[in-house]
Ligand binder design. Structure first.
Ligand code: FDA
Length: 307
């Protein structure tokens, strides 16, 4: 892992910096580069604008690693409100959540019961719940939980998972999840992981990404390819054409605030695109992971601070 990336990923876990940043008006303004705002109304405005461009959305209410059951239930409640708005306003959107935000660290089946209710709500309004993937200490538990959530026939296809190409284990996980018909979002992976667990070289991560992406889009199940990597996107487009894969049978996914030009170009070419739009006051760890991905983002931050 590069020195730069590891510094920002370490800072993303600092509780003190987080407390300072999330209460600072200047920092909050800067966070708008990647975060739609702090309220549900803010994110709905962005969803509508994005939908007008022919781009679907997945909404994320920021938050991770809650400390009490009450906090987890509050997070669940907000997600029910999001699903209600999606149905009421007929938004082209679904939701993404983190299991640690729903109380996975607290045990006692709290997260599973909250997410099961959300999946039922999503199924009832033809929407979908995507379970994000967090650091590797959570991988197995996340997979096990999503498998159980997906098992009842009425919830099949209403809940899906994220897999990370940087993990050495992911190819096996993909095969296992495909056998159960679970929808996946493939990403490269955004956390700090040891070499025993994740490929340290970007070239290996990229190679694994392409290999897994090909497996996913030939599986007959609808999956999401989450990346802004133009070379990988070009390779997947070429592969889909050569294999006569319907461009509507999968989607490209990108993050709010990153490569809007590419998102719109893909839609014009006839591909499906979904943008991950986060909102909320707990934006610090998410924002820092975005800075870690690209040195230019840290320059952007520095420029704003000095201005
Ligand atoms: P890569 O990092 O190689 O970047 C390729 C190019 O994209 C860069 O050269 C640059 O042009 C552009 N780019 C990438 N990141 C940028 C940034 N922050 N700012 C500006 N430009 C940038 N991770 C995870 O561990 N669990 C998860 O659940 C998810 N969920 C998720 C959903 C969606 C929709 C996306 C797009 C991504 C995630 N991720 C994630 C994050 C993912 O793992 C990864 O960290 C980022 O997508 C960056 O990787 P790229 O695939 O874009 O490639």
């Amino acid at each position: 892992m590069s020195y730069f990336r590891s510094i920002f990923l370490t800072l993303s876990e600092s509780k003190r910096l987080r407390a300072f940043a999330e209460t600072s008006p200047l920092a909050r303004r800067i966070s708008r580069r990647f975060v739609a705002g702090t309220t549900l109304a803010d994110v709905i405005t962005v969803v509508k604008e994005t939908n007008r461009l022919g781009i679907s959305v997945t909404m994320d209410a920021l938050g991770e690693n809650v400390n009490t059951e009450d906090e987890a239930r509050q997070a669940g409640k907000l997600y029910h409100e999001m699903l209600e708005k999606i149905a009421l306003l007929k938004l082209d959107a679904n939701v993404s959540l983190k299991l640690t935000q729903m109380g996975m660290d607290l045990g006692n089946g709290i997260a599973e019961s909250i997410v099961a209710e959300l999946a039922q709500h999503a199924a009832a309004c033809q929407s979908f719940v995507r379970v994000d993937m967090e650091g590797s200490i959570y991988t197995q538990e996340t997979i096990d939980m999503v498998e159980r959530l997906h098992a009842p026939p009425e919830l099949r296809g209403s809940v899906g998972i994220v897999v990370q190409a940087y993990l050495r284990r992911t190819e096996q996980d993909v095969d296992h999840l495909l056998a159960q018909g679970i929808r996946m979002r493939l990403c490269k992976g955004a956390y700090s992981e040891p070499e025993t667990v994740a490929f340290p070289l970007k070239a290996d991560v990229d190679r694994n990404y392409v290999k897994l992406a090909k497996k996913l889009i030939t599986s007959g199940i609808f999956h999401g390819l989450a990346t802004h990597d133009e070379a990988i996107i070009a390779e997947m487009k070429q592969f889909a054409k050569a294999e006569r894969i319907d461009p509507q049978s999968f989607e490209f996914q990108m993050l709010y605030g990153i490569r809007g030009d590419l998102q719109e170009a893909l839609v014009k070419e006839g591909y499906r695109v979904r943008v991950y739009v986060p909102f909320g006051s707990e934006w610090y760890p998410y924002f820092m992971r975005r800075l870690a991905e690209r040195p230019a983002n840290a320059l952007f931050l520095a420029k704003h601070m000095f201005r």
